[in-house]
Design a protein around this ligand. Structure first.
Ligand code: G
Ligand code: G
Ligand code: MN
Ligand code: NA
Length: 259
């Protein structure tokens, strides 16, 4: 298959990149986290969205080596930023973990190795899991989560509310944050129903000592509602799209001098 073949080239030919999207602490207005997002700079097709090729990486199992590359790259980037004092120490970097990567038996070992090699504080790395991964409360899921807790990395639930939202995994597993899906944020300024849903997610999170991160915030009106509801962190085009490293560094230095 053509796309699959060119994916092999992408892996060996250094066509994959990570961009980083800032997450803003609503209390302080400062950058409190970054989400690493994968991009494929294809020689002829241009920038290919992960929405199209991550499913293929999943199907072929290539997501495992690509996922390792992502983790290694984030750790190396973080080490460089630490050395140059670019990022505040409490700033986290979030990494999306796909279902196949989650059940890969080497995930925890590989993470530990990269964290150690690049001298990264594990708590400053946040893994974004999805509800469907945690739905099956079998031995394997429990074992993986136990390993990740032992590593002391942070864990969040991506796209919260769009999958099999279940109180039972929230009851069993210690998670650091719920990411409120963009679909609940989009009409927040117009829809009382969406306000009620987001308010409930925030209450649930806070009662269990989790933080909330609202995704896909694009307008001041959405930001105002989220502030009113006590949301902790926002991420979205309103503040910044995902950025290349150089762009992000100037954004950070500008925001520090402005703040
Ligand atoms: O960045 P963008 O909105 O184009 O991402 C589209 C989709 O691809 C989202 O569902 C996002 O979670 C997923 N995605 C982006 N980067 C990564 C990554 O590094 N790993 C995995 N597994 N998924 C990613
Ligand atoms: O599934 P996940 O939440 O990881 O996907 C995040 C995706 O959302 C990324 O592809 C990112 O580019 C995209 N994104 C981030 N902020 C916004 C936004 O404000 N509006 C829109 N439309 N997409 C966004
Ligand atoms: Mn995500
Ligand atoms: Na999401």
């Amino acid at each position: 298959m053509v796309l699959e073949q060119s994916l092999h080239h992408a892996l060996t030919g250094q066509q994959l990149r990570l961009v980083y999207q800032p997450q803003i602490d609503l209390r302080t207005g400062q950058i409190i986290g970054l989400e690493a997002l994968l991009r494929w700079q294809h020689p002829t097709a241009g920038l290919v969205s992960p929405a199209t090729f991550v499913p293929l990486l999943e199907e072929t199992g290539l997501i495992v080596p690509v996922g390792n590359w992502i983790i290694k790259t984030v750790c190396a980037q973080r080490q460089d930023w630490n050395r140059r004092h670019v990022l505040p120490e409490d700033c986290k970097i979030a990494i999306n973990i796909s279902p196949r990567q989650f059940v890969d038996e080497n995930l925890a070992r590989m993470l530990r190795q990269h964290l150690h090699q690049h001298q990264i504080n594990p708590a400053s790395i946040e893994l974004e899991l999805t509800e469907n991964m945690l739905m099956q409360e079998n031995e394997q899921t429990l074992h993986i989560l136990h390993q990740l807790h032992q590593l002391a990395v942070s864990l969040s639930i991506d796209d919260f509310g769009t999958g099999y939202s279940s109180f039972s995994y929230i009851k069993r597993f210690n998670l650091d944050a719920l990411k409120i899906d963009k679909s609940f944020v989009d009409q927040l300024a117009e829809s009382e129903r969406d306000v009620a849903i987001v308010a409930s997610i925030i209450d649930l999170a806070h009662n269990l000592r989790m933080k909330t991160i609202a995704e896909g915030v694009e307008t001041k009106a959405q930001l105002d509602v989220l502030t009113c509801l006590g949301c902790d962190i926002i991420q979205g085009f309103y503040y910044s799209p995902p950025c290349q490293v150089a762009e992000l560094e100037s954004l950070i230095s500008n925001s520090m001098t402005a703040g």
